[in-house]
Every structure is written in structure tokens, then in C-alpha cells.
Design a protein around this ligand. Structure first.
Ligand SMILES: C[S@@+](CC[C@H](N)C(=O)[O-])C[C@H]1O[C@@H](n2cnc3c(N)ncnc32)[C@H](O)[C@@H]1O
Length: 254
């Protein structure tokens, strides 16, 4: 799967705002070690470096394209390539921050306790994930993939990976001294033509466009674009309203 950092950063402000809102609820004062899992091009890492100027900050991502972009950003951090599912910290971390990344991984029942194990006592796990898998942007993508009848594409479809808030509470409560879980729905006002397509092109579409070439890719994207145009008609001023639900979790370890 091939990420395009520039495409992803087209909506930098809207993608980074949840990271800032998550960070505002992390009450750690002066951590020594902070890791940003699924750091992408470094847009979330830059917030961490600004908040904790004396901390050792590491960005971890599985995409070399994203890490290359992050490395050129001038952010005060080190960068490592790893799969979060297998990532284990060399030393216990004070803060594990992960914005808009864990929904790309399966089996949260195993993953979340494993991440808590990488914290020192009283360390903090801070997570934000989209929880909009029932929105037309996603259901229409699913529908378009199924309609291709192409096994190479349909095999990439995944069940909704993100559970309800109460599931994460039950999963983390045995490990946590405190837990703060909430959801926010952002009514995003996008500008430009095919704005929702532009949004998903940088994220949810990536596994499918990475698996297709040339004309097959173009006709797949066009079929999806037409469905989106119906589901998200432009407002009289030309903008597009794109409602987006996200879940936030801040767990302080016992
Ligand atoms: C939507 S971007 C989030 C970037 C940034 N954290 C932000 O706040 O906008 C998701 C990132 O997670 C990374 N990612 C997805 N699955 C991963 C995995 N299993 N291990 C490591 N990184 C992963 C992707 O490469 C991508 O850079």
C-alpha cells in the first residue's frame, strides 16, 4: 500500500485538529519519552515536539513515503519504520500518542493491552480513531469495490475495526488508573469539486488505488466519484458538508 503524503496533507488542518484536541486532554507535564505511532508525515508529531520541548520524541510508521516526508519537516524527533502490531518499545514510554492510525489495525482486543504494556507506571496512552465507517463515504466505497467483482479488491475489504466506546472502557479499565473516552462529530465544510473524494483519496481509498493500475484504477475511482456526488451534493455556495465522527481515548496506566 502506497501513501501519498501530499495528498494526505491536502486537509492538514482538519486532519490535525483532532490530534490537538486529543493532546489537550493528556495531562502529563514533563515526559522523558514520547512516541507517535502512525506518525504519517509528522503533522501530529509536530504538536508533541511543541508541547514537550525536552522530551525524546520518536515517530513510528510503516510507510517509508510518510517517514521520508516527516524526516524533511525539521521536526525535532527521530523516525523509525515499524508495524504498530509488532512494535515493542526498547524502554517503557511516558506517552504513547496515536492519532488516526489504529483503525488501520485489526484485533484491538490484543493491541490495546499490548500498547499499555509499553508504558511505564502512570504513563499515558492517547488514541484518536475515526468512527465513521457507516457514513456514505465508506459504505459507498465498499459498494463500489463489491460491484467490481475483482477478488484482488474485494479481498482488501475489512470489517469495521473500531468498536463502541464502552468496549474500549472495558478493555482498558483493568490496566488504567484513569480513563477518559469521548466522541466528537465534526461537521467539516469542504471546498472544491469532488471534495469527499479528495478527502478519501488520501486515506480510505489508498488500499484500493494502490492495488489498481491505469484504466482499471480510473474507472473504479470514477464509479465511486459518481456515487459520492449523489450522496454529498454541494451547498448553494459550492461547499460540501462532510460529517465525520471520531473516538478519543486517554488512558493513564496504573
Ligand atoms: C491517517 S495517517 C495519520 C497520520 C498522523 N498521525 C495524523 O495525525 O494525521 C495514518 C498513518 O498510519 C500509518 N499506519 C497504518 N497502519 C500502520 C501499521 N500497521 N503500522 C505502522 N503505521 C501504520 C500509515 O502509514 C499512515 O502514515
Amino acid at each position: 500500500m502506497s501513501w501519498d503524503p501530499s495528498l494526505y496533507l491536502t486537509f492538514d488542518d482538519k486532519r490535525t485538529r483532532p490530534a490537538a484536541e486529543l493532546l489537550s486532554r493528556v495531562l502529563t507535564d514533563a515526559p522523558d519519552t514520547v512516541v507517535d505511532l502512525g506518525c504519517g508525515p509528522g503533522n501530529s508529531t509536530t504538536l508533541l515536539a511543541a508541547r514537550w520541548p525536552d522530551a525524546r520524541i520518536e515517530g513510528v510508521d510503516s510507510s517509508q513515503e510518510m517517514l521520508d516526508k516527516a524526516a524533511t519537516s525539521g521536526i525535532r524527533a527521530t523516525w523509525s519504520r515499524a508495524d504498530i502490531a509488532e512494535w515493542r518499545s526498547a524502554t517503557p514510554q511516558d506517552v504513547i500518542f496515536t492519532n488516526a492510525a489504529l483503525h488501520w489495525l485489526e484485533d484491538h482486543t490484543t493491541l490495546f493491552p499490548a500498547l499499555m504494556d509499553q508504558l511505564r507506571p502512570s504513563g499515558t496512552l492517547a488514541v484518536q480513531m475515526p468512527r465513521n465507517f457507516e457514513a456514505p463515504s465508506h459504505t459507498l466505497l465498499h459498494e463500489t469495490v463489491v460491484e467490481t467483482g475483482d477478488p484482488a479488491l474485494t479481498s482488501l475489504l475489512r470489517p469495521n475495526p473500531v468498536a463502541n466506546a464502552d468496549v474500549y472502557h472495558r478493555l482498558l479499565a483493568p490496566h488504567a488508573a484513569s480513563l477518559d473516552i469521548w466522541e466528537t462529530t465534526y461537521l467539516q465544510v469542504l471546498t472544491g469539486e469532488d471534495a469527499v473524494l479528495a478527502w478519501t483519496s488520501g486515506t480510505a481509498l489508498v488500499p484500493f488505488t494502490s492495488a489498481l493500475d491505469g484504466e482499471a484504477c480510473d474507472s473504479f475511482v470514477e464509479a465511486y466519484r459518481l456515487k459520492l456526488a449523489n450522496a454529498y451534493p454541494p451547498e448553494p455556495d459550492g461547499s460540501t458538508l462532510f460529517s465525520f465522527k471520531r473516538i478519543f481515548i486517554v488512558a493513564r496506566k496504573r
